[in-house]
Design a protein around this ligand. Structure first.
Ligand SMILES: C[S@@+](CC[C@H](N)C(=O)[O-])C[C@H]1O[C@@H](n2cnc3c(N)ncnc32)[C@H](O)[C@@H]1O
Length: 197
């Protein structure tokens, strides 16, 4: 599901970049990748996360995808010319990723999964495209943040079959992921690094 005006303001904000910078450093400290691999970021928004992934993980190939073409258009103007030349930007739905089975070394997702109607299918897609031993770097929030009595009037999110920690962990484990590390706050969300078996 695409963002409404209020959430666009939240994510297209310098404070969001600072938050992602701290999170990406935490992720790298838990599981640094060998430089030169192939990485996909899903739900990349205006591309701030992709720029940081490029800087911190040095992939040979970085794909940044979003359901919303307008976000891809924003990424083209937000990223520096150098980053733009090194990141392949594409419009894609997380539940139908245009990649072969077991073709990627790592997948990043910052706050996109709670926007996906069929989030279970998106987790299965991530497991499908990752190589055995590949890494899923994840930041997600729980309904307590985006469906509370204030945010449910301001933000636009799917309302049925949402996940909290228990449901999310159960689906990740069912799809063959194991947790390398996680900061899981029941009143907010989760930051995690997972390995695909
Ligand atoms: C809350 S924003 C996060 C953007 C960016 N990752 C960040 O952290 O600032 C969620 C993003 O996920 C995208 N999105 C929503 N549903 C999606 C789907 N089914 N497949 C891929 N991207 C999706 C939205 O268009 C939006 O750009």
């Amino acid at each position: 599901m695409k963002l409404n005006w209020a959430e666009r303001w939240v994510v297209n904000n310098p404070l969001r970049v600072m938050e992602q910078e701290i999170e990406i450093r935490w992720m790298r400290s838990k599981m640094p990748l060998r430089p030169g691999g192939t990485i996909l970021e899903i739900g990349s928004g205006r591309g701030a996360g992709a720029g940081l992934i490029l800087r911190e993980f040095h992939p040979a190939t970085l794909h940044a995808s979003d359901l919303d073409f307008d976000m891809i258009r924003r990424a083209k103007s937000y990223l520096s010319a150098d980053a733009r030349n090194r990141i392949s930007l594409l419009t894609a739905d997380a539940t139908h990723l245009p990649y072969r089975d077991e073709s990627l070394d790592a997948v990043f997702g910052f706050g996109f999964l709670h926007h996906v109607l069929d989030w279970r299918a998106a987790v299965a897609e991530i497991a499908r495209v990752l190589k055995a031993g590949g890494t899923y770097y994840m930041e997600e929030i729980y309904p307590v943040l985006y469906q509370n009595f204030i945010t449910r009037h301001l933000l636009l999110h799917p309302t049925k079959d949402r996940f909290e920690s228990k449901e999310l962990r159960a689906v990740l484990i069912k799809e063959g992921f194991s947790f390398l590390d996680a900061l899981d706050l029941k009143f907010a969300g989760i930051l995690a690094v997972l390995k695909r078996k």
